[in-house]
Ligand binder design. Structure first.
Ligand code: 5GP
Ligand code: ZN
Length: 114
């Protein structure tokens, strides 16, 4: 989608530090990491938020989920532990409206839900 920051990252119009890629998914480092490991995992197709997922996205959702531990292993936090966060909508704190899973780890994270 034109003017979508993460679509532009998928299309290599904006540089990013890519840590995972397959035909459906891209994983790259967050530009403002909140932990030693902070990866964003996104679908390559434009989906604005969790609210826009439907039955037709079944394969994509399964892939996104199964890739999480692979990325955690690659980043060295699979055994120490990590957190997966999806912000949805304004009150959820979503600022980029292209669905993304935050994968955070590398330190003990606070028990906070805002
Ligand atoms: P949200 O608040 O929507 O859940 O998360 C958006 C995330 O995207 C933030 O953690 C922010 O740091 C990250 N981000 C924003 N712009 C860029 C960018 O240009 N490159 C990368 N790699 N991350 C970005
Ligand atoms: Zn997009």
């Amino acid at each position: 989608m034109e003017n979508c920051l993460f679509c532009r990252i998928v299309n290599r119009e904006i540089p990013s530090s890519i840590v995972y890629e397959d035909d459906l998914i891209l994983g790259f480092k967050d530009i403002e990491p909140q932990a030693p490991v902070h990866v964003l995992l996104i679908p390559k197709i434009h989906v604005s938020s969790l609210n826009d997922l439907g039955k037709e996205h079944g394969e994509l959702i399964a892939r996104l989920t199964s890739v999480i531990p692979q990325v955690a292993e690659k980043m060295g936090v699979k055994d120490s532990g990590y957190r997966v966060v999806v912000n949805c909508g304004e009150d959820g704190g979503q600022t980029v409206f292209h669905l993304h899973y935050h994968i955070l780890g590398g330190r003990a994270l606070e028990n906070q839900f805002g």
